[in-house]
Design a protein around this ligand. Sequence first.
Ligand SMILES: [Mg+2]
Length: 374
Amino acid sequence: MKIKRIEVYQADLPYSGGVYRLSGGREYTSFDATFTRVITDTGLDGWGESTPFGGTYIAAHAKGGRAGIDDIAPAVLGMDPRQTTRVYDAMDGALLGHNHAKAGIDIACWDIFGKAANMPVCDLLGGRIDTPVQMISSIGGDTPEAMRANVAAHRAKGFMGHSIKIGASEADGGPMLDAERIQACLADRQSGEWFLADANNGLTVEHALRMLALLPDGLDFVLEAPCPSWVETQSLRARCKIPLLMDELIQNDADIIQAISQNTCDGVGVKITKQGGLTPSLRQMHLCHAAGLVASIQDTTGSDISFAAILHLAQATPRNILRCALDTRSMVSQTTAQFHAPITNGGATAPTDAGLGIIPDMDVMGTPIAVYEV
Ligand SMILES: [Mg+2]
């Protein structure tokens, strides 16, 4: 089996909640998504998605991703897509880094591999674990009472994990407002619930330490991505009793190895576009497992195709390290594919269809914006 043709599609995915706000005054109303269709000489095809959050989240840029595909695609034409690591080696040989440019082709190759083997992707990734995958809510930065109500609304739908966005500017309330947000969101905490306070790299160490000093002892939560650099994160780590998760600063194998060797964190946000597809995400999940770090399996937003990749990887992630997964579908108002994985009691299960189990909506995809062919 050989890759004969690669088609690239683009769609804008409007944020379902209007304006998505992150620390540092960053705002997003829509996400630029790139879809990659890999077609083989046997007629089998596969699909992948790459949706960076926006150019101000990490150093990944949707237009740059498509320029990267332009360099990468010719290098993988003629290869066997089932040899996922060899295809990845060829992509690395054509372009250093630029993970988000590689994610779509890599995910599409796993989709083809599953279809060719007549197995769901989760079984190729190590094997399905027969418990549903718990989703995490995303509670955008707002007034403490509005955030408490948002947590309650997700609790009513069965969500057990909640991601609370923090990182208020001094003008808006600074560390005091962030401390009030955390306390409000945890005020009605139920047994078994798990909370993380995610600053998306937006805090100075000074802000984080002031915020933590304002909180009463005994609040059960995890601090995610507090600071923009490794040095700051390491500094906070040495002076902070709260467990730390890293997200934006963990983009490749070397980052996870650095975090393990320097004891920088207790868990990692594995985001499939950020890590560069399912191949590196699987390897990095294994590194977390070996080191005893928890992992949340997510993506930097995305639509149905991103969620399919998330759910298959999460379905195969050992439950003692799997913290949660993210239903990217709930973040955007545009459906891009049929994918039957309903959320029930806050959890979902990967379908048993061969491959990812998706049927892309060709009306949404439109015509390819680039085609590469042998
Ligand atoms: Mg995060």
